[in-house]
Design a protein around this ligand. Sequence first.
Ligand SMILES: NC(=O)c1ccc[n+]([C@@H]2O[C@H](COP(=O)([O-])OP(=O)(O)OC[C@H]3O[C@@H](n4cnc5c(N)ncnc54)[C@H](OP(=O)(O)O)[C@@H]3O)[C@@H](O)[C@H]2O)c1
Length: 325
Amino acid sequence: MEQRVLGRTGRQVGVVGLGAWQLGADWGEVSEADALATLHAAVDAGVDFIDTADVYGDGRSEKIIGRLLGERPGLTVATKMGRRMLQTPEAYTLGNFRAWTDRSRANLGVDTLDLVQLHCPPSAVFDDDAVFDGLDTLVAEGAIAAYGVSVESVGEALTAIARPNVAAVQIILNAFRLKPLDEVLPAAEKAGVGIIARVPLASGLLSGRYGPQTVFAENDHRNFNRQGEAFDVGETFSGVEYGVGLQAVDRIRGLVPRGMTMAQFALRWIIDQPGVSVVIPGARNPEQARANAAAADLPPLPAETHATVRRVYDELIRPQVHHRW
Ligand SMILES: NC(=O)c1ccc[n+]([C@@H]2O[C@H](COP(=O)([O-])OP(=O)(O)OC[C@H]3O[C@@H](n4cnc5c(N)ncnc54)[C@H](OP(=O)(O)O)[C@@H]3O)[C@@H](O)[C@H]2O)c1
């Protein structure tokens, strides 16, 4: 698989990673056996970067990845911290960082975490020097090798990129979320900060498999977070109203070249963007993990295809999302 440098971590990672939220909770049931099989299938297919968080299934995702690490050395695992308690700026202290990272180290079974990301903290946290001093201390103590920030908005991304020791920024980037292309990707590239592209399939919408009648399980955020009831609505279908998303998918469907699924098309669209380090599709079974990894080997999309995706975005999606994130 094509390798890219993950920003200031200095590590090389395959351009398609694996998002492991599904292996924790919030996406309907995924058994432990399926979760482990999905991880192995991804690694077998060349994936060497996994994104998780302490809050995914309250540690379940991290613990299952910890079991994988025992069997498959050489992987890079990024976790996140800060959403197991109320997100107030006062919570982002060195003491809490130590406690949170100790728990993640135990869950993953490692002495040093490869990359820890602040998990969409309140905006005020981005301006607090003490927060970043605390993270530097964790690096100096050897609890973490590097840190980054998972952000909601373009403004937060730019603030994080300007911090001298932020190694990588995780942001929503997909055919329904184009705003990071304007400033965030160029700024990250210039500063040498990695870009981890999340929600690449707009929560599966860009796979082209859903229709107006599709029903999501009660414990699936695509059911319970449609209006942002549990967390930022931008994380569910990329913040696009479901019916409008389906219309846009229908306009894009015809652009998918032969030999590619629509999900692979959506991933390839992201891989083609300069400045992206790694894209992290979530997968709930081995078939999805394998198909997603295979997107790395597909040829870049033609320029006119990129132009059409932008046109569909401008006409249907932009009015819903561009001003918000
Ligand atoms: N705040 C944050 O930092 C944050 C927020 C969100 C996500 N993330 C990270 O980003 C990762 C990716 O985002 P995401 O999981 O929210 O959304 P996503 O990757 O856009 O969508 C995942 C969904 O797409 C469908 N899918 C995946 N591979 C497929 C394939 N090959 N063919 C057809 N359908 C496929 C599956 O839907 P079905 O379930 O319907 O099969 C899967 O659950 C997460 O796992 C997590 O690691 C971080």
